[in-house]
Design a protein around this ligand. Structure first.
Ligand SMILES: [Fe+2]
Ligand SMILES: [Fe+2]
Length: 311
């Protein structure tokens, strides 16, 4: 072989050599569980209860909008996951980390699929966001610049904190669901999410002890920024939306919740998020990571003066 050909075979960044050795047995265990607990949004759920249900057209439209939004947001995890996979490959992370991220991408894709299948069965699927604020918010949902400001494992664990929060909301939506298709979808998504959260706990245990003070501050700040900037802007709750959209989207969510379509009433959402953030603060607090004040959540209970709020 010509030496020049060898050079062509070894591009930079270089994924070789491949080392097949398990360094994180707990992560590998999650990978095995993922294999055993795989499910198919098309074959494993019968959506005909939604097609046949006697629901007023405005309720179908509200449920369709809600589940379309869920679909878009689940999809937000795909570009994020792809970037992490790329990093894991070229940084030579152990193969179980690459396997977990690959599973994560596939699982988020099936969450996306089950959500749009529900929206379709309700007759209200929106293939792409209609409302202006969704068009503006969704592309900003994930900012690689924020991600790259953290080390690989710190970034992964911040993402896990959001999975934890969305798990809390999903639990409430599971409890709200009165249709077996939606209930089953929520149950299966929650089962996947609990594995994603478990992954975060494993890496937090392994890496948070070694974080520098600077990185701890960055993690807290990134968490608060993402929560305020996108998740309270219609994704987890409608609180930060422009007034008219807040009313419109809030009304639709309330309607979907009233009919048991696996939604949460806008008034419940902030309480759920607040309880979730309390738990997260406790979880990361033991490692010296502090989550700054989030006025939408903290001000209303009057524990933290607003001047401490972080933009
Ligand atoms: Fe998901
Ligand atoms: Fe997830």
């Amino acid at each position: 072989m010509q030496p020049s050909m060898l050079e062509e075979l070894v591009p930079v960044p270089n994924p070789y050599p491949v080392v097949s050795e398990v360094l994180y047995p707990e992560v590998w265990q999650l990978c095995e569980q993922a294999r055993n607990l795989a499910w198919d949004p098309f074959k494993d759920i019968d959506y005909s209860d939604l097609e046949k249900a006697d629901l007023p057209p405005e309720v179908r439209a509200a449920g369709g909008e809600w589940w379309s939004l869920r679909a878009w947001m689940e999809h937000g995890a795909i570009p994020y996951g792809a970037e992490r996979l790329r990093e894991a490959i070229f940084d030579h992370q152990p193969f179980e980390i690459k396997q977990h991220i690959t599973n994560f991408i596939a699982e988020e894709l099936r969450h996306h699929e089950v959500s749009f299948r529900i929206a379709k069965a309700l007759g209200g699927y929106e293939p792409t966001p209609r409302a202006d604020y969704f068009k503006q918010i969704i592309p900003r949902f994930h900012d690689e610049k924020d991600e790259k400001a953290m080390s690989f494992f710190a970034g992964l664990s911040v993402n896990t904190l959001f999975e934890q929060l969305s798990g809390e909301l999903l639990q409430a939506r599971y409890e709200n669901a009165r249709f077996s298709s939606i209930k089953e979808a929520c149950r299966l998504v929650l089962r996947d999410e609990s594995r994603h959260i478990q992954f975060g706990r494993i890496i937090m245990r392994r890496f948070f002890g070694e974080l520098s003070d600077e990185e701890k501050v960055v993690i807290g700040a990134k968490f608060a920024k993402k929560l305020r900037g996108s998740l309270l802007n219609g994704v987890y709750a409608v609180v930060n939306l422009p007034e008219d959209e807040r009313e419109r989207a809030g009304r639709n969510r309330a309607l979907a919740a009233e009919y048991g379509l696996g939604a949460t009433h806008p008034e419940e959402e902030i309480d759920i998020i607040r309880r979730g953030v309390d738990k997260i603060r406790k979880d990361v607090g033991q490692y010296g990571v502090e989550i700054p004040c989030i006025p939408e959540i903290d001000d209303s209970r009057g524990l933290i003066p607003p001047h401490q709020a972080v933009e």
